[in-house]
Design a binder for this molecule. Structure first.
Ligand code: GAL
Length: 349
């Protein structure tokens, strides 16, 4: 495995470093210490042409200025917390909100805005970047000093492994994710609607006001949310269901069945021959399709089109702290949070 590094610039008075891990099959992964963010995933297509298959900004300044969440580590809590408020052990906590009355993706100074420390570890079979950061007691309104490690590993088997580890000195909440957007065509000016998704999920969470889960978990059977037998993402853009109409596509949590021996999801693009298989130990995956075009910034000189990429954000269900039966996201002193997600890249001739 090959490892190289470059300094991209500075943020919060610290150097921001990008590391590139390259495996013997011509796959390379670049990630930077700003937000522990993946900024490039180069892989060949069926004709051997190597292209970047994830959404990324042109410069560090663009990430800092526009906070697009592209490829970033999201935390402490991925998704929305209703009114930014919750009860923990009988105490009401009010978080700093950053999307109207709700908190989104960890608040105004979420983990995606930290300049993380990083260490490299490499062998013949794999290379890892171990990102670490400390989130201060009270940051974004959360109790407890949180110590977080996120490791990105690229293997000779064409896998990108993400491992999360966290500890706290006071009871707090933790439900991180990675916000990578895939566009396997290698061309972000081509919408992902012709990508095929296979998803081992029979249940999705209904969205209500402010795109927060209502608490209802709905059966996917007979709806555009059923990808158990595979289907094109175009179905979400047709908006033939009130839930896809609501957000102009998918922006939904899907509960994962975790069938043994099967990936939790497979995303593929027949034209390029590229696919990514997702394996996770998390309860759910939030699928968001970049449902709007963006003109407040450009990438390579062009505004970002609607459906420029698709996220597979593995996590516990959003707003779990305020919803019955959505899982336990409380982290206590003495416990070690740990989670793993693997994206495995393949090319079909
Ligand atoms: C997703 C979220 C979307 C949107 C996006 C960031 O995770 O569900 O509603 O906020 O992040 O642009």
């Amino acid at each position: 495995m090959k490892v190289s590094e470059t300094i991209l610039g500075q943020a919060h008075g610290k150097d921001v470093v990008a590391y590139t891990l390259t495996n013997p099959n011509g796959i390379s992964l670049t990630a930077m210490t700003y937000g522990a963010t993946i900024t490039e995933l180069m892989m060949p297509d069926k004709n051997g042409k190597s292209e970047n298959v994830i959404l990324a900004m042109d410069s560090l300044d663009d990430y800092v200025k526009h906070r697009p969440y592209y490829g970033a580590t999201i935390g402490r809590i991925a998704g929305r917390i209703a009114k930014g408020s919750f009860d923990l052990d009988g105490t009401r906590h009010q978080l700093i909100v950053n999307e109207e009355e709700n908190q989104l993706h960890g608040g105004p100074a979420g983990l995606d805005t930290h300049v993380w420390d990083a260490e490299i570890e490499a062998s013949a079979d794999e290379a890892s970047i171990h990102f670490t950061t400390t989130d201060a007691d009270g940051a974004n309104g959360y109790p407890g000093t949180l110590s977080v490690t996120v490791s990105y590993t690229l293997t000779a088997e064409n896998e990108w492994k993400i491992n999360y580890r966290a500890t706290t000195d006071q009871p707090t909440l933790f439900n991180p994710t990675n916000h990578v957007y895939f566009n396997l065509s290698g061309d972000i000016n081509k919408p992902i609607l012709q990508h095929e998704l296979q998803l081992n999920s029979a249940v999705f969470a209904e969205l209500g006001d402010g795109n927060l889960p209502t608490g209802a978990l709905l059966p996917a059977e007979g709806t555009p949310f059923d990808f158990r037998d595979g289907g094109k993402l175009a179905i979400a853009a047709e908006q033939s269901h009130p839930q896809t109409q609501k957000v102009a596509g998918f922006d939904h949590p899907f509960l994962l069945q975790h069938d043994t021996g099967k990936p939790d999801a497979v995303l593929s693009d027949a034209e390029s021959g590229r696919s990514v298989k997702m394996y996770t130990d998390q309860d759910c995956v939030v699928i968001f399709m970049h449902n709007g075009a963006i003109d407040k910034y450009t990438i390579a000189g062009s505004p970002v089109i609607q459906y420029a990429g698709i996220t597979l954000e593995t996590q516990a269900l959003p707003d779990a702290i305020n919803q019955e039966g959505f899982g336990d996201i409380v982290l206590r002193p003495g416990e070690v949070y740990s989670a793993e997600t693997i994206y495995k890249f393949e090319v079909q001739a």
